[in-house]
Design a protein around this ligand. Structure first.
Ligand code: FAD
Ligand code: HEM
Length: 412
């Protein structure tokens, strides 16, 4: 818990820290990589650094955590940390690295805030940092030990057994284990980090959702090539889609991720757009393999049917499930060759379909898509706690809370 001594100091300095925290985060990363360039070889994602999204995510998480502590100093808001801890574990973050990050962060704070950082202010923020760090280290220790690994041993080599060109821009990789060790199980909806050596010699990790249930031998994931208008093409997705062939060996982490299928027996509604179908395909594959009778509704939006990656696998799993239905939205409407319950034109509108009462919702797709579906669901009376979402990048939603702390957003 936050001490009585630090609480008023954090409360008083939170606005100025929140205001400057993106600048602090920028300086922090510049300092961190200046002193520890090895962190850019296999641990940090340099695409997120170039875009600035990781800086915003880090800043947002610290501000949200500190605000929650000021509101309730007795309670460390651990629920805010699960996503971060899973991401850290998928990259093999170690307890010792928290010292390194601490030192770089506090140097950046002093750099940006100057004389405002009195010894009292420094001590109060130090306390917040270590509350957050110990909470994260504890969750991460639990994640590593549940899988019987250490941070250094989350990585394994897998051989590409199959490569399927799903659509013009999406390739599915099916990889097979390369030794006799047991394949650790995944929970439905989890992802792996895939670590690749880039042409400049540096290794770069990226996360990819598992798109098929475990069979004890293989993992499957699907990669959408990132083409950016005017900006560099995505480096890892392009390398995977263009260069990686059957027989090649890839390095994958164990599966992690906190957006997993709700197993309380409630109906489940999946709402995805584009490559956001990936975690849904994984969850549907698990449900189909388990012969689930849960009421399942799959809602998917895409440019057209030819762009809908994994459509045959998804439609096959929906057909195998006793109580499942699927609706698709294509930009220009049209017909579907899949056994769907409805084809709609344009953007997904959840009020065009009957949704089961009391359902758990899972969203995945571009942020504007998820924001619009989530707002429509909340307007329709779905409680915020029943809506989970997976973001295919650093989670910037927490950062939104700094400027707009609504009660329902905090409940997420
Ligand atoms: C939990 C999770 C699950 C995911 N699951 C999937 C999945 O199942 N399938 C999938 O396809 N993806 C998935 N992703 C996304 C994936 O991890 C990668 O982010 C994606 O493949 C892009 O990586 P990249 O290396 O190709 O792009 P990057 O090289 O990282 O580029 C990303 C963006 O940054 C821009 N950029 C890069 N360098 C610069 C620069 N110097 N200046 C300006 N802009 C720059 C690029 O133009 C691009 O828009 C997931 C992500 C997460 C976090
Ligand atoms: C209290 C300390 C820390 C906080 C608050 C923190 C916070 C965060 C946040 C918010 C994210 C983004 C999660 C997401 O939405 O995907 C993240 C990712 C990450 N963190 Fe930490 N972190 C801390 C410590 C560390 C340490 C010690 C390391 C080790 C070097 C580390 C390495 C990383 C890496 C490599 C990522 C992924 C970056 C990316 O993909 O761009 N973090 N962290």
């Amino acid at each position: 818990m936050l001490s009585d001594r630090s609480r008023p100091v954090i409360e008083a300095t939170l606005p100025v820290v929140a205001y400057s925290i993106e600048e602090i985060a920028r300086r922090f990363y510049a300092g961190l990589f200046g002193e520890h360039p090895e962190l850019l070889d296999g641990t940090f994602n340099r695409g997120n650094q170039a875009e600035g999204t990781q800086q915003v995510a880090l800043a947002g998480s610290v501000a949200v955590f500190a605000s929650a502590l000021v509101e309730d100093p007795e309670q460390v808001p651990e629920h805010l940390l699960a996503r971060i801890a899973h991401k850290h574990a998928s990259l093999g973050v170690t307890p010792a690295q928290y010292e390194v990050v601490h030192d770089a962060l506090f140097r950046a704070i002093v750099d940006v805030l100057g004389d405002a950082v009195t010894p009292e202010v420094a001590a109060a923020w130090d306390e917040v940092y270590w509350l957050m760090a110990y909470a994260l280290m504890n969750i991460e220790r639990g994640l590593y030990s549940a899988r019987g690994v250490r941070p250094e041993t989350v990585w394994r080599e897998w051989q590409v057994a199959e490569r399927v060109q799903e659509t013009e821009d999406v390739v599915t990789f099916r990889v097979r284990r390369t030794d006799d060790r047991l394949v650790k199980t995944s929970l439905p909806g989890q992802y792996v980090s895939v670590r690749l050596r880039m042409p400049d010699g540096m290794r770069q990790p990226r996360q990819y959702s598992l798109t098929r249930a475990d069979d004890g031998e293989h993992r499957q994931f699907s990669v959408k090539r990132v083409r950016a208008d005017g900006r560099p093409d995505g480096e890892v997705s392009t390398l995977l889609c263009d260069e990686v062939q059957v027989g090649d060996v890839l390095t994958l982490s164990l599966p992690f991720g906190d957006v997993v299928l709700d197993d309380s027996g409630r109906p489940v509604v999946f709402a995805s757009a584009g490559i956001g179908i990936a975690p849904m395909a994984g969850m549907l594959s698990h449900l189909a393999a388990a012969g689930s009778g849960l009421p399942i509704t799959v809602l998917h939006a895409d440019v057209d049917e030819a762009s809908f990656a994994l459509r045959d696998q998804v439609a096959g799993d929906v057909s195998r499930l006793r109580n499942a239905g699927m609706h698709v939205w294509y930009q220009a409407g049209g017909r579907s060759a899949l056994p769907v319950d409805g084809v709609h034109r344009g953007m997904m509108a959840v009020d065009q379909v009957d949704l089961p009462p009391g359902a758990a919702y899972v969203l995945c797709g571009p942020l504007p898509f998820m924001r619009s579906v989530r707002s429509a669901l909340i307007d329709g009376g779905v409680p915020a706690r029943d809506i989970q979402y997976e973001v295919f990048g650093p989670d910037l939603w927490q950062a939104d809370l700094v400027t707009e702390p609504t009660p329902d957003a905090m409940a997420r």
